[in-house]
Design a protein around this ligand. Structure first.
Ligand code: ADP
Ligand code: ZN
Ligand code: ZN
Length: 661
């Protein structure tokens, strides 16, 4: 009797044994099995010979699927690592890594394996590399085995060019290259740039909005080794690749590398593991690296490569001006200086961008008579005014209502939107510059990838004079005629309760400033602030990321924050806060503290957004200066948590290396 040990996509930390029919069989093949009253697709992870399950309880598998070759060993290693590190069931990890089509219970036909694409890339006219680019390229080229690099290059310094050259070398050596990009950066422009650079090479593009069939096609091409370049977002770090020889993580600081539900993993960190396991080079690139990576880059764990100059000879870094708004009475938030600069650009036929990281018309509607404000009834948050569609909308749960004509509590008709968002800014600018073509870019105007791409196309086509947008616009896009960037309302993040907020603000402003003056036109950046002497703005003006990062790291070291300590977060949500906190409290006493002297458990507290979707949310922070201790603690703790009795509507999850609090 042959037994297959199978991983299934279930929230359970265990594997399942099945008897298998005679026929093709190997670890790494998918298998169709009966489960409960239905069927499931699993992955064979072991052929154990015997099972501890008594013979009469052992079920028969329905079919071993051999339409594809077995998933390779290094793929299992990666998934096992992720499963252990993030305390996620192996089955969930393995199966989420497969395209949905391959997880479905349908009978499948054998697919013919196509030949590998070969041949040297035929490269079109390449720019002469700058000295700095040469050095970076050479350092990576000379490396052997696992070699992590942090490429710190100012915006427009030609990081992408370095990636492309490295990819070309990797292909020549007969290997595949994996380029990870943030969700929003996987644009037709990037795709076109890669395809035109490597016209004879099969490229696989993988992102979450691909239709199922397309996703499966691209994934298979990558897995079978037909595609030699794989460009993808977060999830593609799991793509099994037979000949992987290089990983590049573009904009490595980007929060979208962190999965925020299900298995909460960091694709960047898994990419590092994958490179070290495969003994290949990995390049993390950014103009504003995460502090974690910067610490590794400056303490020698990663080799730091620097591009200080913009690549295009004529392009210099933009001049950054702070406008002190303390004594200004800012009508609709725009200073006279910024207005004037916008007017000048308009006359010169150049593009401007006004950056405000808050979408909607105004963050809240309020009654001046009784103090009513538009709270979401499901969340501990305000509902945002969306004037365009006459809606109040909660940005956390999506709940919405029509904008009321009068105050719901006192009937007063004098209710006002307070504060401002991109829509309000757009309306104001349209009033000021009636002749200008204004384009708003935020998650309301670019809901889908298609809409986003259409907007980008219009911007590139010169169809807009003034862009108003959120951080969507801050990421690595190249708008050649953009010469002015104005940043409005940035101060809000300076004093935010989240201690990572300044780091993110700096990155955003640096990125958004980097949009200005990319080609032969010089750029200018105007930042409106009431805190002109904040070190953050000073470092920004000097284009001095290292100085600011080092300051922040020092603060983190003194405060004992990451990356100088390691954290995990246990969160619980329930209809009543009491239940959530009680569960967390019980969790603190599960393991004898003296066994883990270096692990610190904080008191359970309500989360900052203490209610969402009508559920009360609590959290418990776990911290340790020792990664191994924390890991050891977490795996035993998680087993204990699984056995805790909980009220029926209580849900909990564990997040390792949380980014948000
Ligand atoms: P980054 O990724 O650092 O923002 P890119 O690689 O996109 O920078 O380069 C910015 C611009 O400079 C692009 O238009 C690119 O074609 C150009 N560029 C890059 N390297 C060179 C070079 N060595 N010589 C001339 N132009 C270059
Ligand atoms: Zn009222
Ligand atoms: Zn809500």
């Amino acid at each position: 009797m042959t037994i297959a040990r199978v991983a299934l996509d279930l929230p359970l930390h265990r594997l399942f044994d099945y008897r298998v029919p005679p026929g093709p069989l190997a670890v790494g093949l998918r298998i169709r099995v009966p489960f409960g009253r239905g069927e499931k697709i699993g992955v064979i992870v072991e052929l154990p010979g015997t099972s501890e399950v008594p013979g009469d309880q052992l079920k028969d598998a329905l079919q071993v699927l051999d339409d594809l070759p077995p998933l390779p060993d290094d793929f299992f290693q990666l998934c096992e690592f992720a499963s252990n590190y993030y305390q996620a069931p192996l089955g969930e990890v393995l199966l989420q890594a497969l395209p949905p089509g391959l997880r479905k219970t349908r009978s499948v036909k054998r697919m013919a394996r196509r030949a590998k694409a070969t041949g040297k890339p035929q490269e079109p006219q390449l720019p002469q590399l700058t000295g700095e680019q040469e050095v970076a390229l050479e350092q990576v080229s000379l490396s052997r085995g696992y070699a992590p690099f942090l490429l710190h290059g100012v915006t427009g310094s030609g990081k992408t060019e370095v990636y492309l050259r490295l990819i070309a070398r990797t292909l020549e050596q007969g290997h595949q290259a994996l380029l990870l990009v943030p969700e929003i950066n996987l644009t037709p422009q990037l795709e076109a740039r890669i395809r035109s650079r490597f016209p004879q090479i099969q490229v696989a593009m993988l992102h979450s909005e691909l239709a199922e069939a397309a996703r499966e096609r691209e994934w298979k091409a990558a897995f079978l080794g037909e595609a030699r370049i794989i460009v993808g977002t977060r999830l593609s770090v799991f793509t099994p690749l037979p000949d992987l020889g290089l990983i590049v993580v573009d904009e490595e600081h980007d929060p979208s590398y962190k999965q925020q539900d299900g298995m909460r993993y960091s694709a960047r960190d898994l990419a590092i593991y994958r490179a070290s396991h495969l003994k290949i080079p990995i390049l993390l690139g950014s103009a504003t690296p995460s502090l974690e990576s910067w610490a590794h880059g400056t303490h020698g764990r990663y080799t730091l490569l620097t591009l200080k100059e913009r690549a295009v000879a004529a392009a210099s870094l933009p001049r950054i001006r702070l406008v002190d708004t303390r004594r200004m009475n800012l009508r609709d938030g725009i200073s006279p200086q910024l207005l004037e600069a916008l007017g000048q650009r308009l006359e010169a036929g150049e593009q401007s961008l006004v950056f405000l990281n808050r979408r909607g018309y105004a963050p809240v509607l309020s009654c001046t008579a009784c103090g009513w404000i538009s709270r979401c009834k499901r969340c501990a948050a305000n509902m945002v005014v969306h004037l365009k569609d006459q809606r109040l909308r909660c940005h956390h749960c999506g709940f919405e209502v029509r904008i009321p004509r009068a105050c719901p509590t006192c009937g007063n008709q004098d209710i006002h939107p307070f504060g401002r968002g991109t829509q309000r800014l757009e309306a104001y600018l349209a009033e000021q510059f009636p002749q200008a073509r204004i384009l708003r870019v935020d998650r309301d105007s670019a809901k889908s990838r298609k809409q986003w791409e259409a907007l980008l196309e219009r911007i590139h086509g010169g169809e807009a004079d003034i862009l108003v947008g959120t951080q969507m616009l801050a990421k690595g896009h190249d708008f050649p005629r953009l010469t002015l960037v104005g940043a409005v309302g940035a101060d809000a993040a300076l004093f935010a309760a989240d201690w990572r907020a300044p780091e993110r603000l700096f990155a955003q402003l640096m990125q958004v400033a980097g949009r200005a003056g990319r080609a032969d036109l010089p750029g200018e950046v105007i930042i409106q602030t009431e805190y002109t002497d904040q070190p953050l703005y000073g470092a920004l003006q000097a284009h001095d990321y290292p100085r600011y990062a080092d300051t922040l790291l020092q603060e983190r070291r003194q405060a004992g924050f990451p990356p100088y300590t390691f954290q995990a977060m246990l969160r619980a949500e329930a209809p009543h806060m009491e239940d959530a906190l009680q569960f967390l409290q019980a969790a603190t006493t599960l393991l004898p503290q003296e066994h883990y002297p270096e692990v610190l458990l904080y008191d359970p507290v309500p989360m900052r957004l203490s209610r969402m979707w009508s559920l009360e949310r609590g959290q418990l922070l776990v911290e340790s200066p020792s990664r191994p201790q924390l890991q050891a603690f977490l795996s035993t703790w998680r087993e204990g948590l699984d056995t805790l009795k909980t009220p029926s509507r209580l849900r909990w999850h564990l997040e390792v290396d949380p980014l948000e609090f």
